[in-house]
Ligand binder design. Sequence first.
Ligand SMILES: [Zn+2]
Length: 419
Amino acid sequence: MSDLNVVNAAEVAVVADRGVSRRGRDQRELDLIADGAVAIRGGRIVAVGRTPDVLKEWGEDGVATLDASGQTVLPGLIECHSHPLFSGKRHAEYQLRLDGASLSEIAAAGGGIWSTVVATREADDRTLMAALDTTYARILAAGVTTLEAKSGYGLTPAHELHQLELLDRSRAITPLSLVISYLGAHVVPDGVGADAYTSEVLETLPAVIDQGIAAFHDITCEAGLFTPEQAASMFAASRARGIRTKAHADAWASSHGWETAVAGGAVSAEHLTYTPDDEIRGVGGTDTIAVLLPQAELVYMTERRANARLLIDQHVPVAIATDYCSSIHATSLTTTLGMAAPWFRMTAAEVIVGATLNAAYALRLEGDRGSLEVGKRGDLTVLDIEHPNELTLAVGQSVVSDVVIGGEIQQREPDRRTR
Ligand SMILES: [Zn+2]
């Protein structure tokens, strides 16, 4: 168990947990401490405050010390939406997209998510594990400490259960803390009707729960894939069996995904690119976290963006994630956050809350992660910027200095400063 003092930070962002996810104007507040320090003992935070005050009690000799002079210390970043387990390449089809081909033309030519399903089913475990290893290392280097990882490129009961097992085994190859979701209802497999496949997912759910790996059942409610009625039946079955839910909703078109997810009791709903303003106003404030994915909108060249400002105005808690997947190789959450600010007209504080405390709520880990408070796990991300607002001026630049998980420095800029 690790002991560490992080001292002299230009700013420490506490992002205090007040017992609910941040919404409305509360999402604009990072609870900054200038000349800040964090003390970690046995992997847990024992003190946060001004450096002289923390050192008075915790400055004993022999404890590893990270000097964060001129830097910003954030709660360990939490990536709450990724699909890291896949095989195959989709760069060729993307060139066709860039050249004007539609998604349905790509699918008709054998591309799209289905091509990844075929390639992933064919890949052996060693190949998949090696790919995960590389991906995890990149995600960690970009500042992430906890990662949500979905199945969903198997789409038969056996393939999905195997992918969940592989994700579980991959915990051994990374210091990242993984939260695993079952995404059987990702798309509808070729040659199967949506009703028949919905029934198959419902029949697989008891085995997923028995397996004990998936913390969430992620359910797609999307035009051309699963209708609100089909999604609602999956939410109801999950609720009855006691597994929490997430939703993929309104990524390609308005599909009543947001209201269906909220009505279904989803912990979070993701994308929301095409959710109509009227639907956002109709639903109003809710505990369901809206997880917005700016790089998905960029790469998919969507005609609109999720209406983050209206969601925040309506007191919906907003989180930001990369949507790393076979068609979006976005391993840098810090880059995504820098981009999310102008993309959605969100402030630096709002996007940082969206990848710390609100992302912790989206994974139901708020009791242990997401803020720098006594008792929580000693996870923090140190950025080479003097103020968190600078993140929004450094889009695409590597600003991560150190990544600490449970008090252990996992990633460090070369020539860095422990003593
Ligand atoms: Zn996704």
